[in-house]
Design a protein around this ligand. Structure first.
Ligand SMILES: Nc1nc(=O)c2c([nH]1)NC[C@@H]1CN(c3ccc(C(=O)N[C@@H](CCC(=O)O)C(=O)O)cc3)C=[N+]21
Length: 275
């Protein structure tokens, strides 16, 4: 089993971001908005802020109280939309229940939408037009490229149909001429479907979802899960899958670092387009 480590692939994305940065007459500025003190959100936002500074971007984290109104959040976003010194805007998800995430996402200027979640960017992605791409799916493609995993003509099965991973990843895999299946919680005979996969992607958010009998021997397995289990970070793929897979991404140290690296690249790309 080949371990598909994210760090070296993430480094080449970061290198690309640094090089493009050199050719800009100003320093791009990433703004991350967080509501409340959910420990996972605090830790992810810190990771993004630290990496941004590390590669020489400006980074500001805006922390609003958990009980802030949706109107207050929208006012901040509209302010950042107007701000010439805000090139990337990211609102950390999940948001508290009294706030409608879709409304928030649609308020962000699509040119500054470094998450690639705005409907304009989603539409462009499916049309094959230039767009800001969602960080995790784009990171998955970059990881495949780095490890020379061929996608053209292959059976790619994605388990999970979220707007942030499953659906956009399907569009990106299609653009690479893969044959794409999206499976989900209602899929009948799930293991029959997953066993057809040359490349199997687990993006469900539940530990142990992918078990060895669901994997074709030798298949590439990409674990997008980030679950905290008894204080440990685990993916969606059961450890025993190592005995069957031809290649597997570790958690941590697999897709996670690719997501953060792509956010940095997106911030630079967004800044280039705002010149
Ligand atoms: N608007 C928005 N955009 C996001 O991109 C977004 C979000 N909300 N909400 C939460 C998820 C989750 N996410 C991760 C980022 C980095 C790692 C990461 O770097 N993980 C490390 C380990 C980090 C650790 O130890 O906790 C790894 O897998 O090696 C994981 C998960 C981005 N998300």
């Amino acid at each position: 089993m080949i371990e598909l480590r994210g760090a070296p692939a993430a480094e080449s994305l970061l290198q690309q971001a640094r090089e493009r940065l050199q050719n800009l007459p100003f320093v791009p500025h990433l703004h991350v908005v967080r509501l409340g003190e959910d420990p996972a959100s605090v830790s992810y936002v810190r990771l993004k802020d630290r990496k941004a500074r590390e590669i020489g971007l400006k980074s500001t984290v805006h922390v609003l109280p958990e009980e802030s109104s949706q109107a207050d959040l929208l006012v901040l976003i509209e302010h950042l939309n107007q701000d010439q010194d805000a090139h990337g805007i990211l609102v950390q998800l999940p948001l508290p229940r009294h706030i409608d995430a879709q409304t928030v996402i649609e308020t962000i200027n699509p040119l500054k939408d470094v998450d690639g979640f705005h409907p304009e960017n989603v539409g462009k992605l499916w049309l094959g037009q230039e767009a800001l791409l969602p960080c995790t799916p784009a990171g998955i493609l970059a990881l495949c490229d780095h490890h020379q995993i061929q996608l053209s003509g292959k059976q790619v099965v994605i388990v999970g149909r979220s707007n942030i991973v499953g659906k956009p990843l399907a569009a990106l895999m299609l653009s690479r001429d893969a044959t794409v299946t999206i499976a989900h919680s209602r899929t009948l005979n799930l293991s029959e479907v997953t066993r057809r996969a040359d490349v199997l992607v687990a993006a469900v958010g539940r530990p142990g979802t992918i078990t060895p009998e669901m994997v074709k021997p030798g298949a590439v397995v990409l674990d997008v899960g980030v679950n905290r289990l008894e204080g440990k970070l685990v993916g969606d793929v059961a450890p025993e899958v190592q005995e069957v897979a031809g290649a597997l991404t570790p958690v941590p140290g697999g897709i996670g670092p690719m997501t953060v690296a792509n956010l940095m690249l997106n911030t630079v790309l967004a800044a280039e387009r705002q010149r």
